[in-house]
Structure formats: C-alpha cells, structure tokens
Design a protein around this ligand. Structure first.
Ligand SMILES: Cc1cc2nc3c(=O)[nH]c(=O)nc-3n(C[C@H](O)[C@H](O)[C@H](O)COP(=O)(O)OP(=O)(O)OC[C@H]3O[C@@H](n4cnc5c(N)ncnc54)[C@H](O)[C@@H]3O)c2cc1C
Length: 312
C-alpha cells in the first residue's frame, strides 16, 4: 500500500528499508523493494502534490506569475528544503583574465571561475519534475574514447552490455523513440528492439532543420576530413501513442506498468511557512502487506493490449 505519513507516524512504525529522497533513484528503488513485499519508507525533504489537480493548478499559476521562466519556476521556494536556482548566477561585467566570470549567491557556495550553471529541485519527484525528457543512450564511441580518440578511458562495458538495462529504464519511462534510427546509430544493439511508444512526429522546425542540414557536407579543418551530417530524432520520455510491436525486454523482467505491487510510504516534513500545504500524492495502486504477489506474469504484455487479466 502506498500512503503518506507524518514524521511522527513514521517514527512509530518499523520498516525493512528507509530511502532518503523521493527522486527517480529513490522511487524506482522503493518500487522494486515494495514489489518484493518490503515495507519501505521514503523520506522526502521537499513538498509533493503537483500530481494532484489542485497542486497542478497551483504550479501552473506559480509558473505564470514567475518573472523568469526557468526550470524551477513552477515550484514555490521552500525555505525548509532550498534548491539551487539558475537565477542565483549573475555575470560579472568585464571580468579580468583569471577572475570569476559569474557571481553565485544562492544555495551553492561557488568560488570557481566557471560556476555550476544549472539547478535541481527538492520536491517529491526531484529533478525529474522539471527535466527535459531527453533520453538518448550513449553512443558506442562514448564507451571507447581512449581507443577511438586517444583521450579519457575506455569503459569495461559496451552499449550491447547495457542494452537490457537501457530497455528497463525505457520501459519505466515509457520512452517514445524511433528504434530503427537508433539501431543505425549503433546505440540500440538488439535488432528486435522497439520503444514502448511510437516516436514523436517531427515538428515544422525539425523538418526545416532536417531539410537544411541533412546530408550537408562540412569540412573538419582540424582533422582535414569532410563529414556528411545526418539528423536523428531524440528518444523522448513523453507520451505519444503506444507501439503495439513493443515487447518488454528488460534486465530484471519486471512489469513495466505503474507498480501494482509497490508497498511504500512517503513521509514529508511539515511544509515551511513559505509553501501552502498541498495534499501529498498517492502515486500508484499498491498491494497491502501480506497479500500474495501480483498475478501479472512479469514482462508478458504489450503496451497495446495492456496487462493480461488474472484467471478468475
Ligand atoms: C533542468 C534539468 C533538465 C534535465 N534534463 C534531463 C534530460 O533531458 N534527460 C536526462 O536524462 N536527464 C535530465 N536531467 C537530469 C535528471 O533530471 C536527473 O539526473 C535525475 O532526475 C536525478 O534523479 P535522482 O533521483 O538521482 O536525484 P534527484 O531527482 O535530485 O532526487 C533527489 C531527491 O532527494 C530529495 N532530498 C535531497 N536531500 C534530502 C534530504 N536531506 N532528506 C530527504 N530528501 C532529500 C530531493 O528533494 C529529491 O526529491 C535534467 C536535470 C535538470 C536540473
């Protein structure tokens, strides 16, 4: 069963595992442990609730009223759980050589010449609440920069080794992508692989760039080699339409649906005075402790057909 408890309520119970942080990493971990019947407590520093309708409307109005539309603009500042913000940075006019080019008077103490110029979010869901949804796999070259380009280190893994794990992450996210294109790039190494969702159709500007850049030849003046440009779509963690050809091909053979068996409890602190309280999310259907495991055979259904019905 997935529920939200107060700190006092959580302190009175016993848990098999306590996870600090309800971002992606913590959430997926909680899902996996909950699916095995563990009692899991997820401690989250930030607020939740943007998945609810009132919380969603609140984040919309917060975003609309923000002067600068930056990644954190939809979330109210929370003094109990502050986050770094790109607006913490200000350029130094006419910096002298060797002196910092930015000032950064925010959450991060940054004294280097080039500060860390992005942010993250302390909110239930973490940085995934405002990420861009771009989910490219690494290119084969990325695993072998030493042997290919004589810098860095070669990984002890190849794209092929990671195929089932990428597939598992893509099932979790419901990625929309063009498998054939990604196979041509060499990043999808399983010839039978399909993404859970059809690729997002090209926008007008995508088509224009494709038209102007695709097959253009450029000269690399350093390597003194001509290169032919090719454009590829970027797999996206955004809903398109389910791909009926998709079959889960994941590493651990876990069901790719919202966790039907998660047994996790969210505990969030009392909201700071700067943040109105929102109902916290109950994120997925869940299995009360002690019930038998899910009847769904792991990995046995397609996005088109939905999960099979258990035998009556
Ligand atoms: C603007 C932006 C765009 C991005 N776009 C992409 C993209 O297109 N593609 C991509 O692959 N990645 C992208 N990323 C990166 C991606 O979003 C992150 O790598 C990912 O969300 C990190 O997940 P996580 O669970 O490891 O950590 P987080 O999401 O940071 O989760 C950590 C959680 O822990 C909580 N927490 C922190 N401290 C405490 C504490 N002391 N006690 C309790 N809870 C605590 C936080 O509130 C948060 O919920 C982007 C990131 C940003 C900032």
């Amino acid at each position: 069963m997935t529920e939200t408890v107060s700190a006092e309520g959580a302190a009175r119970r016993r848990y098999d595992a306590i996870i600090v942080g309800g971002g992606w990493a913590g959430s997926v971990l909680a899902k996996r442990l909950g699916a095995q019947g563990w009692q899991v407590l997820v401690l989250e520093a930030g607020n939740g609730g943007t998945e609810t309708w009132p919380g969603y409307l609140d984040s919309l109005s917060t975003f609309y009223s923000a002067v600068a539309k930056v990644p954190n603009a939809a979330y109210r500042p929370n003094k109990a759980a502050p986050s770094p913000n790109v607006l913490d940075l200000a350029p130094v006019p006419n910096p002298q050589p060797g002196e910092p080019e930015f000032t950064a008077h925010g959450y991060f103490v940054q004294n280097g010449q080039l500060p860390y110029g992005t942010d993250y979010l302390r909110e239930l869901g973490g940085a995934a609440m405002h990420w861009l949804g771009a989910v490219p796999r690494m290119l084969p070259d990325d695993f072998a920069t030493r042997s290919t380009y004589s810098y860095g280190l070669d990984w002890p893994l190849t794209a092929e080794d990671l195929q089932p794990w990428y597939a598992e992450a893509e099932a979790e996210l419901g990625v929309a992508g063009h498998a054939q294109e990604q196979k041509e790039l060499g990043v999808v190494t399983d010839p039978a692989y399909e993404y859970p969702m059809h690729h997002i159709p090209q926008s007008y500007i995508d088509q224009y760039c494709d038209h102007r850049l695709g097959d253009a030849v450029i000269d690399d003046t350093v390597a003194q080699l001509p290169y032919t440009l090719r454009t590829f779509g970027l797999p996206q963690a955004r809903n398109s339409t389910p791909n009926p050809a998709y079959r889960p091909r994941t590493a651990s053979r876990a069901p790719s649906a919202c966790p039907t068996t998660a047994s996790a409890v969210w505990a969030t602190p009392a909201a700071s005075p700067s943040v109105p309280s929102r109902p916290n999310p109950i994120r997925c259907a869940s299995r009360p402790p002690g019930r038998p495991p899910s009847p769904w055979p792991p990995g046995a259904w397609s996005a088109a057909s939905g999960p099979p019905r258990p035998a009556p």
